[in-house]
Design a protein around this ligand. Structure first.
Ligand SMILES: [Zn+2]
Length: 330
């Protein structure tokens, strides 16, 4: 049985939300389509991904949500107008950052503030450590200086099983975890490595048909075999980035955003993920690689929008130095 706040058979957890459509999971892992009771629709706080709710089953397999249970934590994204709630009851946030061009202690500080504010516990994940081994010790020291006591996990792209073991150490049956970090640092790769455990168990339960997999990838919260929950929600992607500018970027690249909706994974970074529709379009000549590069550049610039001028200069220098290093090595 999953770790729920009470033993009531009427308690469920939101694993998918889109407009007024919900999916909930029960402690026995059964999944139901759900809707809000009329009076819930007028409430101040609507159920979010990760929320525990109570209600009742009707028509055999549907669930009517009548009560929102108290939240232990609430992860919000600072937008220009107001804080926007994006996930409830998250206990662990993996702040994901690559060792090379993406590295920024300023950004880690922003993420740490956001995580502490939410009530969750941060874990810093440094990815692509194999690409810049000579930087590793220096980066760890820089991080320890600003993130005293926060665990730092180092992963490489060539040892996925080691990465899985390291992350599993933070995934207990009481854990609900999310990955945050910039585009391209390998969040979805790590998520996929962890999700593979869950997909295998789902297939086993369903006798190896494909139905389980498709149901699972549509979910925004899924449980690992040991009872830990992982959230992979489109809303999480923008955490730490001014949401209005990110939207503006998406609007400038309607071709890429519409392709991205067909990617197999919600959090696809369009690198080497299986089922990436953007990479497929580049491969068959539908989309130019330059177009994707332009899109990435604009995304980076929108991140600058959240920094002050000194931070922008530092980030640009860091990026330039990183690029030169890459050139030298080739
Ligand atoms: Zn993709």
């Amino acid at each position: 049985m999953l770790n729920f706040p009470n033993d009531s058979l009427n308690t469920a957890r939101i694993i998918f939300q889109s407009h007024d459509q919900y999916q909930v999971i029960f402690a026995d892992r059964s999944v139901h389509q759900a809707t809000l009771a009329g009076r819930m629709q007028l409430a101040d706080a609507l159920p979010l991904i990760g929320d525990f709710v109570s209600g009742q089953v009707y028509d055999q397999d549907k669930f009517l949500i009548t009560t929102l249970l108290p939240r232990q934590t609430l992860l919000t994204r600072a937008s220009n107008q107001q804080d926007q709630a994006i996930a409830a009851n998250v206990t662990t946030v993996f702040i994901t950052m690559s060792l090379n061009a993406d590295f920024s202690t300023n950004r880690v500080e922003r993420y740490l503030t956001l995580v502490w504010d939410s009530g969750a516990t941060p874990v810093i994940v440094l990815t692509k450590a194999d690409l810049e081994p000579e930087l590793l010790v220096q980066r760890q020291l820089e991080l320890e200086a600003i993130a005293f006591g926060v665990p730092i996990v180092t992963t490489t792209s060539t040892t996925p099983l080691v990465a899985r073991e390291q992350l599993n150490a933070y995934l207990q049956p009481t854990t609900t975890a999310v990955f945050v970090g910039s585009s391209g640092v390998g969040k979805s790769t790590l998520l996929n490595i962890l999700a593979a455990q869950q997909l295998q168990s789902t297939k086993a339960v369903r006798g190896g048909d494909d139905k389980g997999r498709h149901t699972t990838t549509a979910r925004q919260l899924f449980y690992l075999p040991n009872g830990a929950a992982l959230i992979d929600s489109p809303g999480i992607r923008g955490v730490g980035v001014a949401s209005s500018t990110t939207t503006a970027t998406a609007q400038s690249f309607p071709d890429i955003t519409s392709l991205a909706q067909q990617c197999r994974f919600n959090d696809c970074q369009h690198e080497q993920e299986p089922g990436c529709a953007v990479q497929a379009a580049i491969a068959n000549g539908e989309l130019s690689a330059q177009r994707l590069a332009d899109y990435r550049r604009l995304l980076r610039e929108t991140e600058y929008a959240t920094m002050n001028s000194r931070q922008i200069t530092a980030a640009k220098i860091k990026r330039m130095v990183g690029n030169k290093k890459n050139l030298r090595r080739r």
